[in-house]
Ligand binder design. Structure first.
Ligand SMILES: [Zn+2]
Length: 401
């Protein structure tokens, strides 16, 4: 049984790159204000930093000690299709993130790198329980990362960039510390000196570890009026999405890309949404889509076949994200470059994804609105007028010939 049907034109939303007004080039994509909701701290280190930290902390397990070669190794391991090799990449990054100094440096560089890439607001997630091997407490981990983000924001400002970074604390699905981590997220929500954390997440292998294992953590967060997202619907499909929303009460879906399994398109272009897909669209549940990451894990075969194209046409609350910048060799600008190239997206489309993401952030409503009205919309307006100016200049130039 289906609850909604609609019709989409085969051409809508993808009229071809050359003919679409406002198609940005890569330099404009980089300068455009971007918002990132799904990015792992331990998946975004600079290769050179991994090498430095391994040397400083006596970690000898790295497969390469030349930063360039190490960067290639990470991308190839993540691309290999082997889960073991993929997980090994995080074993190395977590191994060098066990001291206050290391966590501070990685967090500061994360904020700097994102700001350099034109990201104006980011929610970065990590699992505090994975950084206790050298004796740090959960609180010390959170404070080191928060301090690092503040330092990165300061350095970005000094370089003429503006960025705000909030932390999401992740609990691992296979472990049994979700309630403890949820309490930690609540304690560091601020205001006051214990602040900087804006929400909670669970991550790790979906199969065999349904989100309902951690119901106590989600129920606790709801009672505390706190926010959370859940990694669901990356590989495991509709049951995982349904549990995350209807049993756990997730505010957002980490990936959620398999919602496509509840959408059918007939040959004449008629689209039928099942009840779950209808619910996700009607309730404006944000989807933290990560196209490049999905290609590496096999959740999509190519950018052209990635469900983001259809989800955008159907006006789901779709957002664009990086997931693991190091493992996927990506950035927010690169994700948008792929989408512009594949679907012919314009600056209007980029703004739509960006406003979607900002609306879905876990900071207070008035602060989200201020980001949209004072930073995002003026940023895109400037780029669009620049684009029109260039078009006019090139048209009047050619008419003289
Ligand atoms: Zn993720």
């Amino acid at each position: 049984m289906t609850s909604q049907t609609s019709k989409i034109s085969a051409a809508s939303g993808s009229p071809g790159r050359a003919s679409h007004p406002g198609t940005p080039d890569s330099e404009q994509i980089r300068r455009a204000p971007k918002v990132l909701l799904h990015d792992h701290l331990d998946g975004g280190l600079r290769p050179g930093t991994i090498v430095d930290l391994a040397r400083e902390n006596g970690y000898e397990g790295l497969p390469e000690t030349d930063p360039d070669k190490l960067g290639v190794w990470f991308r190839e391991a993540a691309d290999s299709g082997s889960l073991e090799r993929y997980l090994e990449t995080f074993a190395h990054t977590c191994a060098v993130m066990q001291t206050r100094d290391a966590l501070f440096r990685v967090a500061a560089e994360c904020a700097e790198d994102l700001a350099e890439d034109g990201v104006v607001y980011a929610e970065i997630r990590y699992a505090p329980e994975q950084h206790l091997e050298a004796g740090l407490t959960l609180e010390e981990v959170v404070e080191a990362v928060n301090d690092g983000f503040r330092e990165g924001e300061r350095r970005a400002k000094a370089n003429g960039h503006r960025i705000r970074v909030g932390a999401l604390l992740t609990a691992m699905r296979h472990a049994a510390r979700a309630l403890e981590i949820a309490e930690l997220a609540n304690r560091y929500r601020g205001p006051g000196p214990q602040s900087g954390v804006v929400g909670f997440d669970i991550a790790g292998a979906e199969a065999g570890f349904p989100p309902t294992r951690h119901l106590d953590a989600f129920e606790y967060l709801k009672r505390e009026n706190n926010h959370f997202t859940i990694h669901a619907g990356e590989a495991f499909g509709l049951p995982s999405i349904w549990q995350a929303l209807q049993w756990c009460g997730a505010d957002r879906l980490g990936h959620g890309v398999r919602i496509i399994d509840d959408i059918k398109i007939a040959d004449d272009g008629t689209v039928q949404l099942g009840r779950l897909a209808s619910y996700v669209r009607d309730k404006r549940i944000p989807l933290e889509l990560c196209p490049s990451s999905n290609l590496q894990t096999g959740a999509a075969a190519s950018y052209a076949e990635h469900p983001i194209g259809l989800l955008r046409k159907l006006h789901f609350r779709a957002t664009v994200n990086t997931d693991n910048r190091l493992m996927s060799g990506t950035s927010m600008s690169r994700e948008f470059e792929h989408l512009v190239e594949t679907f012919g997206y314009s600056l209007d489309d980029m703004q739509w994804f960006t406003v979607n993401a900002m609306k879905s952030a876990f900071i207070p409503f008035d602060e989200r609105l201020a980001m949209i009205n004072d930073v995002i919309k003026p940023g895109y307006a400037e780029l669009k007028s620049e684009w029109l100016f260039r078009q006019t200049a090139s048209t009047s130039g050619s008419s003289k010939v």
